[in-house]
Write a protein that binds this ligand. Sequence first.
Ligand SMILES: [Cu+2]
Length: 154
Amino acid sequence: MNTTHALRAVRRTLLPALSLAALCAAVATAQAADIDVSDARLSILPGDTPGAGYFTLHNASDETISLVGAESPAFEAVEVHESMEHDGMMHMHELEAVEVEPGASIEFAPKGHHLMLMRRTQEVNVGDEVDVTLRFADDTTLPVTFDVVSPTAL
Ligand SMILES: [Cu+2]
């Protein structure tokens, strides 16, 4: 775990989820309207293991957008991760930002980019819906509803 990672975890713990959401709503601008998220699924296993969030993000604006984080009331921490294969083993690491150029799409999918949702604050079961707020570099936010699915349904 690197220093940036540790600092981020501390900052998120100190900010109550509700005030953060209110703050984000207040600063949201028109940009979020040009960002399109589809097929949002949250894959979970029983027990308090991390969940993995998958979706397709389309940038319909005329500027490059940069996804820098996410929050969810159902989890204490959400990170943007990328999985990579190295020496025949899958590894993942946290990304500071994921950029999407104007008119482009990026797919968050198994074995690639994903949101890692850690430490549940409430019960989360297959069939539920979980609210996740995506946060971009210019402080705009985008609320997305994820369908909770079993990993076998992906
Ligand atoms: Cu991960």
